[in-house]
Design a protein around this ligand. Sequence first.
Ligand code: AQP
Length: 333
Amino acid sequence: MGKKIFSGVQPTGNLHLGNYLGAIKNFVNLDNDNDNECIFCVVDLHAITVKQDPKELRNNIRETVATFLASGINPIKSIIFNQSAVAAHAEGAWILSCVARMGWLNRMTQFKEKAGKDKEKASIGLYSYPVLMAADILLYDATHVPVGDDQKQHLELCRDIAQKFNNDFKLENFLKVPEPLIQKEFSRIMSLKDGTKKMSKSELSDLSRINLTDSKDQIINKIKKAKTDPLPMPQDIKELDERLEAKNLLGIYSSLTNSTLQNSVKSFAGKNFSEFKVRLGDELVNKIEPISNEIKKLLGDKNFLDKILLDGVEKANNIASKKIKRIKEIVGF
Ligand code: AQP
């Protein structure tokens, strides 16, 4: 039986290789399977949990749509829309925030990482972000949610919220408990400058990530400058536990070439990093350059991108408005 897929990407600019290999590549594979019903959301309500420039946000929403299309998602088969245009997301988030428990949210590591030392100054939205994410998913009865490894904990919270809502209102399976779809390998791409930090849009140094809009020269330059260690390429996969930058680069290479980490280690064992980096750069250029060119082309036709969103909003609203109506009846409104 086909899957009902829901997933989202924040329009916070600089969509990067981590977003692509951890999530969007998987979206495309799921979209290509005719048995699946897919909904891909530009989660703009999530984006404003940290400060955004309104003009840039508007551009980033379109750029995220362009990235979905340029990566290979078919807007005729799948729904592509922006979250803020479907009111049920905000309404659902409020109702579910009265179901979720403080203790559950206090355990969320992403909030701790993003709020940093100054958590008193973080927005309430950043704290309650996972509840909105639960509403997003549960409004569409999604059975599967493709995400990167960093979102696993939020998905577990979504499952807990769905189960508590069903128990509180003595309903069996009303809110469908979704399954995460996280790739077994290479589900967390790390910064090119620090193998302990995930590749991220908000990292200040642009050299830490490959953006999906980077040109060939930028990609090759960033790989040249990517951090490694003074030793030759690892001989054995076991060495990678101690050599995080080598592990990350070999992981990226493996993911791009659909190869196992073991095989990639074998192919470059004992060689110089410079030789490997040339091959990695070539693979990246082959994959990313066509996407980058297509994003730039699509961004030249704003009306087309807006039309994709408008169509998607209508379809998403049809589904979500029915579910939120039932949810409101259930809670007694
Ligand atoms: N480094 C990563 N490796 C693998 N997957 C990743 N994802 C993000 N970074 C990596 C996955 O991409 C999807 C969309 O992410 P998002 O934009 O909604 O939010 P995020 O996880 O907060 O992304 P960033 O880049 O880290 O943004 P900032 O810097 O703004 O916080 C998700 O499925 C995510 O797992």
